[in-house]
Write a protein that binds this ligand. Structure first.
Ligand code: HEM
Length: 119
């Protein structure tokens, strides 16, 4: 479980760094950096989901853990929906940019609380 968590955290870090890089380059989006950003985002989520599914039952039935997992999931959804829309120039607007900028902080914060509660 620890290995999966470390891989997932590293992928999330690469995803955030590639996102900042993507923003710094500006539009049109750099295809290579954009691909790295998408692949690391999807891979981080897939490994995180596998880790959660394999969590022991006694941790999963603990209500605060479930609540934090739900909040983490909602933040991830916000990142994916806003990110997917921002991939198209015609959908770019300040609200989506703000959502996409804030969601990584929420994902990281809720994940840390989830990990703390699952100890
Ligand atoms: C775990 C999921 C994700 C995280 C944590 C994440 C994080 C970030 C971060 C930190 C930035 C830089 C924001 C800034 O400072 O301006 C960014 C930019 C961006 N991300 Fe993501 N992202 C995620 C998923 C996605 C997905 C799935 C897509 C597309 C399918 C995507 C598309 C973009 C685009 C297009 C930008 C550039 C926005 C712009 O500057 O116009 N992101 N992302």
């Amino acid at each position: 479980m620890e290995t999966e968590l470390i891989i997932s955290a590293l992928l999330l870090l690469f995803c955030i760094l590639s996102g900042i890089w993507l923003s710094l380059i500006g539009r049109p989006l750099n295809r290579l950096v954009f691909s790295i950003h998408k692949v690391t985002a999807v891979a981080a989520v897939v490994i995180a989901v596998i880790t959660v599914v394999n969590l022991p039952e006694d941790i999963l039935i603990f209500r605060p853990v479930r609540t934090m997992l739900l909040f983490t999931g909602i933040s991830l959804l916000a990142a994916f929906v806003s990110g997917s829309l921002l991939s198209f120039d015609r959908f770019v607007n300040n609200i989506l940019k703000t959502v996409h900028k804030l969601s990584p902080y929420l994902i990281v914060s809720f994940s840390i609380v989830t990990l703390y509660l699952s100890r």
